[in-house]
Structures are given as structure tokens and as C-alpha cells.
Design a protein around this ligand. Sequence first.
Ligand SMILES: Cc1cc2nc3c(=O)[nH]c(=O)nc-3n(C[C@H](O)[C@H](O)[C@H](O)COP(=O)(O)O)c2cc1C
Length: 172
Amino acid sequence: MKIGLFYGSTTCFTEMTAEKMQAFLGEDLVDIYNIKDSGLTPIKDYDILILGISTWDYGELQEDWEALWDELDNFDLKNKTVALFGQGDQLGYTDWFVDAMGLLHDKLLPLGPQIVGYWPNQGYDFAESKALTEDKSHFVGLALDDEDQFDLSEERIATWLTQVMEEIAELS
Ligand SMILES: Cc1cc2nc3c(=O)[nH]c(=O)nc-3n(C[C@H](O)[C@H](O)[C@H](O)COP(=O)(O)O)c2cc1C
């Protein structure tokens, strides 16, 4: 089994998260791709994907994801399992917290993947987010805020990755 971790990152927070995730799961298991350099084509090579995106400019996509957004429609994700994570700033952008992760989730859904890694929204302090499930009880992936809650990130990453791996094991 191999996991492809694809991320877009403007000021390196999401990139650092990707590296922490690779360190946690092991380099043998996880290949990481900065989509600015790799593009999205290698997505085809993996059955399991972890996708990381930050939110910018009041609820907008990170720029590298934005540049490749239309290309996403070309992928058939029906036999793939996908987990999402996002970096944001819940105090500075409280009405748009990790919105881009929600936009990515909505973009992927019609492509047919099995999505894992939904994450409870307790322990955060924000007003609105497009990255919540319909019942608003969960985020559609791991929400991280290295601006305001850096101290919580490492444990959140470990707990979430453990959850994701368990969900993947249950699927197979
Ligand atoms: C100009 C600017 C706009 C931002 N807009 C949002 C936003 O709308 N929602 C949010 O949750 N975070 C927002 N953020 C916070 C970033 O998502 C956060 O700094 C993140 O860690 C950046 O990750 P990256 O360096 O991987 O791109 C914004 C940050 C800046 C500097």
C-alpha cells in the first residue's frame, strides 16, 4: 500500500503539515507532492490520497489548487479513498475558517471517491465554515490552525492519521 499526499501551500504551513504526516506514517508509506511542482497527474498512481489545502483571501482556494481546479474534473476517483486536511486561521478569518477544504470536498464528491477522516468540530472557536458537514457536527477533514492553535496541531495530526488508517483498514 502507498499513500499519495498532495498539497498546495503559499507560506509553508500546509507543507510543514504534509511533512509531519509523512514522518508520522513513514516515508515508505507516504509520497508527498507539492502540486505547484508536480501538478495533479500522479494522483492516478495511488488508491489512497491525502489532500491538503489552505484557505486564502476570505474563503478562497490556495493559489496552486486554484490553478489546477478544472483539471480535477478529469480524474475518476471511484476506486480511490481520499482524506482531506486544511490550514486556516479561526480568529483572523472567523467567517471563512478552512473554507477551501469544504470547496475541495464538494469538488471531489461527484468524482466518486470514498472519503474518510471526518473530524469533530469541538475545540475550535470560529463563526462560520464551508468545511462543515451538513449537520455541522464535523469538519469534512482535519482542520488545523497553526496561527492560533499551533500547540494542538501535532496531537490532532496523530489522532486523525490513526483514525484515517483505521477507517481505511475497515474498508478493505
Ligand atoms: C491574506 C490572508 C488571507 C487569509 N484568508 C483566510 C481565510 O479566508 N480563511 C482561513 O481559515 N484562513 C485564512 N488565512 C490563514 C491561512 O490559511 C493560514 O495562514 C495558513 O496557515 C496558510 O497556509 P499555507 O502557508 O500552507 O498556505 C489567510 C491568511 C492570509 C495571510
